[in-house]
Write a protein that binds this ligand. Sequence first.
Ligand SMILES: Cc1ncc(COP(=O)(O)O)c(C=O)c1O
Length: 495
Amino acid sequence: MIQTHPVRSSSPLSFDSPWMVEAETAFKEDYPAFDTTTLLDELRATEYARLDTQGQIYLDYTGGGLYASSQLREHMRLLDSHVFGNPHSSNPTSQAMTGLDEQARAFVLTFFNASPDEYTVIFTPNASGALRLVGEAYPFAPNGHYLLSFDNHNSVNGIREFARAKGAPIAYVPLEATELRMDETVLFSLLEQVRGNDHRLFAYPAQSNFTGVQHSLAWIKEAQDRGWDVLLDAASFVPGNRLDLSRWHPDFVPISFYKMFGYPTGVGCLLVRKAVLAKLQRPWFAGGTVKTATVQGDWHVMADGAAAFEDGTINYLHLPAVEIGLKHLLTIGMETIHTRIVCLTGWLLDNLQSMKHRNGMPLIQLYGPRTTALRGGTIAFNFLMPDGRIVDERLIDRRAARARLSLRTGCFCNPGAGEAAFGITKQLLRERFEDKQNLSTDEYLIALGLQSAGAIRISLGLVTNVADVSRFLQFAQSFLDTFPIEHDLSPRVHC
Ligand SMILES: Cc1ncc(COP(=O)(O)O)c(C=O)c1O
């Protein structure tokens, strides 16, 4: 049972106020495992020193991870001391690059403990690129199905358009109130209801980028045993958790590397089981994806394996930096990173939920799990005024920016989790939006009767420390017993 540390609204807001010192001491008592992660404090002071030099409080790890200075140095040294050409040719500079790129590909498998007999790695520009590859090549058909959870990034939702175009039925698994998780009984009955001879794909995130909920990895096998292929979106899970592909065997796993270790951007991958790769049908061919193609003969033969899915020239100079980044995480240890995130998330949740206005009303409304059980370090909530009204998220954005606090507001490209969190039903959407889907965000909010455009999201990661969380709690305290309203907020351009 997690203890809470009540915060009195009369507490002074100084960083080393008695409350803060007391709370930190209690934190160390409640989360003794935090002491096993001190390596990360040392790294923060050396490899990530720019954060503190510039006074930045970075709480947007689900948006993007941060890189260590050594990752940059090592990559630059490599580039600066070699001559690299476009890979997959026989000249020496090309061969040098091919060797390093294939080494990076093999290292991705090693990192995820994936057998090269079972899995292959397709490099993509990002997780969305990996998802698009699945969507456009999956053999959806009228007797098949696309089943996905409400809780999904839009890049997974978007696959439904490929399914629809090929006549495949589409269904969503709803989220249950409060914790915003899927009900296992509902999920299993949906997995069982659907029969048919064509291919069936079930897609869900290992960790929600909205609520931080970690959905059960045991569902991978449950779905596969019922005849489904499984797409496990691991983009927001793998930066803070170990994904062991010798234990779990999803068919498709999209990833963006910058979310794991900050640098480089522009590289992601699709980890795919070789057994299902064979059933994908690419809708086109491109440079690098074919063994042969003729103009006059009007035919082409696709390359084998991953090569058939990497269109044109891959981001070859950046692939060695992927290996450098993965090795950096291994040196720290995914367990250490995970422990750190769990402890600080617990502390943050305890304190945020115990903050009350003087009239007893809570300071925040949380969307998602209340404790650290089965969740990651992503927390979505809204600040409430003493009368229960939601504080405009644009005002939070503005004040956070002044405090050099990087957080997010909106619906985080996850409309399904947002609809579940704010109680927006299908019927309401039908009633209010028939024939008028092209509204501005503000018109949309008015039509739905919402007070703000989504939620505030803070997300913890690799080098979050006690000071970051303390500073955020201080920021939160500044809203106690106030009615913050500003009249010059710009119109919202997106949710
Ligand atoms: C769960 C999840 N899936 C997919 C994506 C898409 O990642 P990218 O924008 O790097 O393609 C994100 C990005 O935030 C995400 O959080």
